[in-house]
Design a protein. Structure first.
Lengths: 270, 342, 352
């Protein structure tokens, strides 16, 4: 299972919808094998950037490279075997079991033209369930799962695609603290190049090696977590009055919130 | 405080204004009403005290001060019944044909204005003719959406009549029989003051019937009465015009088990019964030719005895409904079956 | 939320095959029953003799009895099976594509267009043109269905050629209503008998299907089944919506076009022959999902078989409930379908 896991390079991606610029000449890099956090206030374009990388939206200019290869050059199935996406919300009315959902991830392996029960698929599914820690949920119905269990199921499905790159949109959105930590640990342990949109700054600080900060569809900062996550940035981008200190145990940045900035900082109007 | 004061003043002002206005409204309403009553009185029958004609129809009583002088017939059946007793000189209008008027009455038909040949006329158009009698074959003519209810005509002093076979209240409908057909023709005779002519028509009908029944050209023959449709045939059932004619010519109806005038049958029954004769109703919307072609073209039905032997009898659809033309239908069937001989 | 357990997933594959075998057997028995039952009182022995005779085995029976069994009953029973399978398949596909469990084959306004075509033929008197497969009414109905479909696709396609699913459903409703209004107008201005003829056609019947028509139906349903089965995994990939399907490598645009087109053409062809038969496409996919789960490789064959079974029995009921007469088949499917649907909904609701 050792895939070469490439770096992701976003080069000058611009995308508009409904008359407004959602992504404006976004350029950033997600280093190979690292977890890159995508942070920024609501509406800053995090989901849109993930969609652009995942080829769910076509940017009007710019390109995305996976290693040296343009993402747009791959055929759909090949791309689905390379990049796996876990969205913020996954919903279905169907009565699917966890096992069946994870198996959906094997569709790119052989495309839409074959029956599912191929040799090897069962083993792959079992492996992904184990990796995600949900083997005991194998026969449970999706509708009966908790939020955390659902996220883990979608993650297992993503693993079943055997991707080189993992994209996650607010993976810990509806999860409690321990579930969040479990999930992020799983993701880090996987070792794939990962881009995760995060809203919780401390979780981002704990698990992301690299950060890309978006505001109004533009990159305002990018780099290793320690250098990006500063009090000045928090004030400028989020309007937060906070302290950033090294975590007593891990040494990684720790955000301590004090409040919001009372005075208006100079902001670029959209 | 100020508000209350202003409110009561303006209220008082409104009340004060209302009185002269309301007087004017009532006065003009009264004038309109008087005018309307006068107008309707002019249009209605003059003597409303003594009703000289009275008959029962569908549970209502039809009263007229004298024979109709300006009758309007709203369906083909009604029109033909009136024309059969020679009432065209006393008619102000006709409407709603199903197909063409029988040839023997076409000249008479042309003498009467046709208000609308394809549908019921509007109430306005009908009232414009200043009728004293309005007759129809179906009670649906007197729906509010058609020409208006019986009561609305009663108010105007206009008599209305519905064929007993088309009474809204099904329990009032008589069984389809030559006697009940005779009753309807007699009713028309009474209403148009042409009892003698009506009696003559009825007598002629009975005489012809006796002749046909005596000859019994279809005796011992099974008959399939094919009205329309192909997927599932619409057939003559056991209690309407078709059965009446079949009985008159002495045959048996292969669909005698189905109640009603017409009903949806099944081709299987037709194949199983393998009838001797197939009667085809000829209507503009479903011609006898089309039915013959269908029967001859169908892989299963083409082997029916009657189809192979061309044992078809054709008659116009309007001779298959109960009315003055039913006897014509029976005559046509009898004639095509070999009339006077066996 | 209570945990809801089901039989182990591996066993479900066996269950899928097992169900298919059972259903095929049931279908064979039902078809036999359908041929043995009818307005004409024929014994089973007679029925078998007739068929054998036509095949050249034994003396057979007299010509007309053979006609009843082999030219009337056999094609209509087989047609009922094929049409039931086809409608159920189209319903299942549309439910999966739109993610809407209340979708049915007539979602795209086709029933309105088909009715309009049929009514035009019925009210202009061009109805009884021979029995060779497609008469005037069937052709007109098919053309009407195609016409309304084209209109719906035109409305629902954006300027850049993308099919917008939301607009598709609304366009289907709008076009269906327009067609219904025009149909009503034609009936109103038609002759006295028009309403009856139109209603008869609209309520559906397999009574008019002979061998020539049956061949067409079998071809259409077989082709549909093949294509749709081939798209099983694609349909599975739509489980969590279109974005999820795309991220699993599905060409969403092309799949939508192909599947909508196939489901629509199949439905149009079936409606042209048999009128508008309701509830099969809506209820059968739900029932099948309850039996074998929502994955399409297993689901679609079961859907087809259950649809076939339903319609064969509905046709038998339509012929036998009122002796000597035939009920339109939609009345039977509605009487059966509505309570079945309510029961299904309540069972699903109970688990939520």
């Amino acid at each position: 299972m050792s895939h070469h896991t490439p770096e992701i390079r976003v080069e000058d991606v611009t995308w508009s919808a409904g008359g407004s610029r959602i992504l404006d000449r976004v350029a950033c890099t997600a280093p190979a094998g690292q977890v890159t956090g995508l942070i920024g206030p609501n509406g800053s374009g995090k989901t849109s950037l993930l969609s652009a990388i995942a080829r769910l939206e076509r940017p009007e200019s710019g390109r995305v490279l996976l290693g040296d290869e343009p993402a747009a050059g791959m055929n759909r199935r090949e791309f689905a075997r390379t990049v796996a996406l876990v969205e913020q919300h996954s919903a279905t009315e169907l009565d699917l079991t966890v096992e069946q959902i994870v198996e959906l991830g094997t569709i790119p392996q052989r495309g839409g033209w074959a029956r599912p029960a191929a040799r090897g698929t069962g083993e792959l599914v079992t492996e992904c369930l184990a990796t995600a820690g949900i083997t005991d949920l194998r026969h449970r119905l999706w509708q009966s799962l908790s939020g955390g269990e659902k996220q883990k199921t979608q993650l297992a499905r993503a693993f079943a695609q055997r991707p080189c790159v993992l994209l996650l949109d607010e993976p810990t959105n509806h999860l409690d603290v321990s579930a969040s930590l479990e999930l992020l640990e799983l993701i880090r342990a996987r070792g794939l190049t990962t881009v995760a949109a995060m809203h919780d700054l401390n979780l981002a600080a704990m698990y992301c090696d690299h950060l890309v900060v978006l505001r109004d569809g533009r990159v305002v900062a990018e780099g290793p977590t320690e250098s990006v996550l500063t009090a000045e940035l928090l004030a400028e981008v989020y309007g937060l009055d906070a302290l950033v200190q090294p975590h007593p145990r891990t040494g990684r940045p720790l955000v301590v919130l004090c409040g919001t900035t009372a005075d208006t900082t100079e902001r670029v109007t959209p | 405080m100020t508000h209350t004061c202003m409110f009561s003043t303006s209220h008082g002002r409104r009340v004060a204004l209302r009185t002269p206005v309301s007087h004017r409204v009532i006065a003009s309403a009264a004038a309109s009403l008087a005018a309307a009553l006068t107008l309707s009185a002019c249009g209605g029958s003059s003597n409303s005290e003594a009703a000289t004609i009275s008959l029962e129809n569908c549970g209502r009583t039809v009263t007229m001060s004298g024979p109709a002088e300006r009758g309007v017939t709203l369906n083909q059946g009604a029109t033909e019944t009136a024309l059969s007793i020679g009432a065209q000189g006393q008619m102000a209008g006709t409407a709603y044909l199903d197909d063409t008027i029988a040839p023997q009455w076409q000249a008479a038909y042309a003498e009467v204005p046709a208000l609308d040949e394809k549908d019921f006329p509007s109430r306005e158009a009908l009232l414009e003719t200043k009728p004293d009698l309005v007759t129809a074959s179906y009670s649906s003519a007197f729906d509010d959406k058609a020409v208006g209810s019986h009561e609305s005509f009663d108010e105007l002093g206009v008599a209305t009549y519905v064929s007993p076979f088309g009474c809204k209240d099904r329990s009032k409908r008589p069984a389809v029989a030559w006697d009940s057909i005779a009753t309807e023709i007699t009713d028309y005779g009474i209403m148009f003051g042409r009892e003698n002519e009506a009696d003559a028509v009825v007598a002629q009908m009975r005489e012809t019937l006796t002749g046909i029944e005596a000859a019994a050209p279809a005796k011992g023959k099974s008959i399939f009465w094919y009205d329309s449709k192909t997927t599932t045939p619409y057939v003559g059932a056991n209690a309407g015009g078709p059965q009446l004619i079949i009985d008159a010519v002495g045959g048996t109806n292969i669909f005698a088990g189905l109640d009603g005038s017409w009903a949806d049958g099944s081709w299987e029954t037709v194949l199983a019964a393998n009838p001797d004769v197939i009667v085809l109703a000829d209507a503009s919307w479903d011609t006898a030719e089309e039915k013959k072609n269908y029967l001859r073209g169908d892989p299963a039905l083409r082997d029916l005895k009657a189809v192979r032997e061309d044992a078809f009898v054709v008659l116009p659809f309007s001779t298959t409904t109960p009315g003055p033309r039913t006897i014509e239908g029976a005559t046509l069937v009898a004639g095509q079956l070999g009339g006077d001989g066996a | 939320m209570t945990a809801s357990t089901r039989a182990p997933a591996r066993a479900a594959t066996t269950t899928g095959t097992a169900w298919s075998v059972i259903l095929v057997a049931l279908l064979a028995v039902s078809c036999a029953a359908g041929v043995a039952i009818g307005a004409a009182d024929l014994s089973i022995g007679t029925v078998v003799e007739s068929i054998a005779g036509r095949l050249g085995i034994g003396r057979g029976t007299d010509l007309l009895t053979t006609h009843i069994v082999v030219d009337l009953r056999l094609p209509r029973v087989l047609a009922a099976a094929a049409i039931g399978a086809g409608l159920a398949l189209c319903g299942a596909v549309l439910q999966s594509l739109t993610g809407n469990q209340l979708a049915d084959p007539y979602l795209l306004g086709m029933s309105g267009g088909a009715s309009l075509g049929a009514v035009l033929a019925l009210t202009t008197g061009a109805s009884a043109v021979g029995a060779l497969g497609f008469g005037a009414v069937s052709t007109a109905a098919f053309l009407g269905a195609l016409g309304s479909l084209l209109l719906v696709f035109l409305i629902a396609t954006s300027r850049s050629g993308v099919l917008l699913p939301g607009r598709l459903v609304l366009a289907g409703i709008a076009v269906g209503q327009l067609a219904a209004a025009l149909t009503s107008a034609l009936v109103l201005f038609g002759d006295r008998d028009a309403a009856h003829r139109v209603l008869s056609w609209t309520l559906g019947s397999v009574a008019g299907v002979r061998w020539s028509g049956l061949v067409g139906i079998l071809v259409v349903v077989a082709v549909t089944m093949t294509i749709v089965l081939a798209y099983s995994r694609v349909l599975d990939s739509f489980a969590f919506g279109e974005r999820a399907a795309a991220s699993l490598g599905t060409n969403v645009e092309r799949s939508r076009w192909v599947l909508y087109a196939v489901a629509s053409l199949c439905t149009a062809a079936l409606v042209a022959q048999a009128g508008i038969i309701g509830f099969v496409g809506l209820v059968v996919p739900h029932a099948a999902r309850m039996l074998v789960g929502p994955l399409h490789a297993r689901l679609l064959p079961v859907v087809a078989l259950m649809g076939a079974l339903l319609l064969v029995w509905a046709d038998i009921a339509a012929r036998t409930v009122m002796p000597g007469r035939e009920l339109p088949i939609s009345i039977v499917t509605a009487i059966v379908g509505v309570p079945a649907f309510v029961w299904l909904l309540r069972r699903q609701g109970a688990r939520a």
